[in-house]
Design a protein around this ligand. Structure first.
Ligand code: HEC
Length: 166
């Protein structure tokens, strides 16, 4: 083994560690993604834990229950953002998203984005600060496993897409 293959091995290892389970980084153009009107976008915010959400569909009640205490007053204002290349798939609800980071639930008051990225056609979930720091949790409300457990609800979600354009 020569020094060159050593370097390749070391950098390869670092890449695996740094890459971990994460799908990628927040696209720099996320501010150009299009906000869409959905049931949640129309409500405008995720409320705090003492809000009466009994009139909402069950998956929305579960979403509020999962996220109402990430901030004492609730997560606050939200927007649903869709990338240009994903818009037709989102509108059609076919689940046929192009690979890459395509949809975001923007928690505007908290300055974070919940992002769905498609890898070989399958959804991967991550959370980013607006500056692009990966803040996906290992457990709890911001963990990828929490996202996928809910987004796998086949009664509502299609290949990771839970919302519907209104
Ligand atoms: C308990 C259920 C639940 C959990 C947990 C959850 N979501 Fe969602 N998510 C929803 C629902 C419902 C919508 C659709 C809201 C709307 O637009 O009306 C949604 C919307 C989204 C969207 C917009 C595109 C779409 O699917 O409609 C993204 C992106 C997203 N979530 C990512 C995430 C990520 C990342 C996590 C984990 C950090 C997460 N979600 C956790 C229920 C959940």
């Amino acid at each position: 083994m020569n020094w060159l293959s050593n370097i390749f091995q070391v950098t390869g290892l670092l890449f695996v560690i740094a890459g971990g389970a994460s799908a990628g980084s927040l696209p720099e153009d996320w501010r150009d993604w299009k906000p869409v009107n959905t049931p949640l976008a129309e409500i405008g915010a995720l409320p705090g834990c003492d809000a009466d959400v009994s009139s909402l569909p069950p998956i929305y009640q579960r979403t509020v229950a999962t996220y109402c205490n990430v901030r004492p007053e609730g997560p606050g204002a939200v927007a649903v953002l869709i990338s240009g290349p994903a818009m037709s798939a989102y509108m059609a609800r076919t689940g046929n998203f192009p690979d890459g980071s395509q949809t975001a639930l923007h928690l505007k008051d908290m300055g974070i984005l919940m992002v769905t990225t498609y890898e070989q056609g399958k959804p991967v979930y991550q959370v980013f600060s607006e500056k692009g720091e990966d803040i996906t949790g290992v457990e709890g409300p911001l963990a990828a496993g929490t996202c996928s457990a809910c987004h796998a609800d086949a009664a509502v979600c299609v290949n990771g897409q839970c919302g519907t354009m209104k």
